[in-house]
Ligand binder design. Sequence first.
Ligand SMILES: *[C@@H]1O[C@H](CO)[C@@H](O)[C@H](O)[C@H]1NC(C)=O
Ligand SMILES: *[C@@H]1O[C@H](CO)[C@@H](O)[C@H](O)[C@H]1NC(C)=O
Ligand SMILES: *[C@@H]1O[C@H](CO)[C@@H](O)[C@H](O)[C@H]1NC(C)=O
Length: 316
Amino acid sequence: MPHISEAVGYQSPDKPVGWNTRDLLLYAVGLGAKREDLSLVFDLIVADKKWAPFPTYPVVLGLKGDSQDINIFSDAVKPSGAPPPGVPQFNPNRVVHGSQSIEILKSLPKESGDGWKLTSRVVGVHENKSGIIVEQESTLIDKNGVVYARLFGSSFNLGAKTTGEKFSKVIAGPPKGKPVPKGRKPDYVTEDKITPEQAILYRLSGDYNPLHIDPRIGQAAGFGGVILHGLCTFGFVARSIVITVGNNDPNSLVYYGVRFTSPVKPGDSIQTSIWEVGPGPNGTTELAFETKNLTTGKVVLGSGVAYVKKQQGAKL
Ligand SMILES: *[C@@H]1O[C@H](CO)[C@@H](O)[C@H](O)[C@H]1NC(C)=O
Ligand SMILES: *[C@@H]1O[C@H](CO)[C@@H](O)[C@H](O)[C@H]1NC(C)=O
Ligand SMILES: *[C@@H]1O[C@H](CO)[C@@H](O)[C@H](O)[C@H]1NC(C)=O
């Protein structure tokens, strides 16, 4: 078996992806969009509210691919080729999403048409006592080679067999955000009640992992029942940032990234505290944020960073 260092830089086979307008609307509803959020859920232009695809949509495409039907989760997570060189086979039941970010370079069309793909490469590998962390960069590209979004995600593969050398190497990664300011009240606080039905809706965007619908699997995995998709919480909070800071304009979000620190269950209430921490690139405002389980106070999303275009004279 090759050494794990050979995994860094490994490019996996491209994945064909595609979506239609219904997929985009379903995704917005999967993120808890409400009937008032017409700019997210109504595909016609109404008064001054212009509908646009919700900008974090590309994060679902890795599992959805270009299919218009449900998939078998264990097939969807299989890499389309061999695993990266030097990386052992992972137990799919013991893979945890560690972090995710998305840089939005262009807003998505209402439907993809043919020829879109995700290209992915391994940009970092780290070993520790409990397993192996793999960081991956993916880009969403249309049929003419135009890049629409750049994603970085890390997965923590619990129990994976390591070399014992605590190997660690990284060649690329998302922008580093500023930490949440200590001793300063947040500029915005949002709350969301996640309904008990949220996971059964969100999964229709392409992540059919039974952990999110079958309580027996959640019990066996030690979660005491089903847990919400991490990327659903990710999207919920992106939506509340777009609403509170971006004046409900889906195109206001330019960059968004989080670490997943603990699970959320369908039915939980979450609270997000958001600080403006200075100018971001290209005339954006940089935000630092964190999300907690409202009742327990436990942080569920940490190290949150966003770059948002705030409109002149926008009302808060
Ligand atoms: C290994 O890394 C993961 C992911 O960053 C972290 O959650 C875990 O606590 C680490 N374990 C040890 C033993 O350092
Ligand atoms: C969030 O808090 C509620 C209320 O205390 C609790 O029932 C729930 O289990 C917590 N969620 C998680 C995932 O721990
Ligand atoms: C700023 O905008 C330019 C032009 O659109 C783009 O190429 C560049 O990546 C942006 N910079 C950041 C940090 O987003």
